[in-house]
Design a protein around this ligand. Sequence first.
Ligand SMILES: Cc1cc2nc3c(=O)[nH]c(=O)nc-3n(C[C@H](O)[C@H](O)[C@H](O)COP(=O)(O)O)c2cc1C
Length: 221
Amino acid sequence: MTDANTDVFHIMSTCRSMRRLKPDPVPEELIYQILDAGIHAPSGGGVQAWRFVVVTDPEIKMQIAEVYRRGWRIAERQYLEAGAELDGNMRAAAYLAEHLHEAPVHMFACLRARKIHQQRLAGPNAVNFARIMGGSIYPAVQNMLLACRALGLGATLTSVTCQYEAEIRTILSLPDFLSTYALLPIGYPVGKFGPVTRTPVEQVTWFNQYGTPFPKPGTSE
Ligand SMILES: Cc1cc2nc3c(=O)[nH]c(=O)nc-3n(C[C@H](O)[C@H](O)[C@H](O)COP(=O)(O)O)c2cc1C
């Protein structure tokens, strides 16, 4: 029998964005454990260019939250103007924006761009290369989200502050060679973990060539 808190499939299927967080502090040992899960992820060339900034200082969290709130309000207006629904997800996201400063931990996942990265990012394949850059940090971020879930901590991958990087750079005293890729607000959740809702595999997968459905095992005639 597997323990629900260590079964990776159970953890993945219940790793929802948890945006309503209690202000109670998170023990440093747990923050370290989350970071340790992050650095076990793969990265392009095994370069491990990830760098993290853990923020618990109330004054600094308040400054981050102000940038986030402003960015969220603009994004929310754009989503609604584009016809998005004000559903549960949007409401939870709005709640997070208004309460971000209360989250006990703000965890920034950053990537150190080296000279060769900067040259490629300025070159003709910049867009494709940007994907590889993201691919060298988001596996670590996902490991951290799963670790939070396994430890009973709520978290959300957020990206609003990436669009206001100059301000975040100043607030965190980040050097030029670091770019921010995600901000994870982490804390004990107010609500319960529940199953994530996703479009099933067979609706998003093709077999051998685009257009040929990939059947769910046991359903073909
Ligand atoms: C690249 C990326 C950026 C995201 N940015 C934000 C964000 O800025 N704010 C937010 O509240 N949620 C953000 N999310 C969380 C998604 O909205 C969320 O994962 C998705 O709606 C599915 O919901 P669930 O995680 O509860 O299953 C982001 C997720 C990803 C993968």
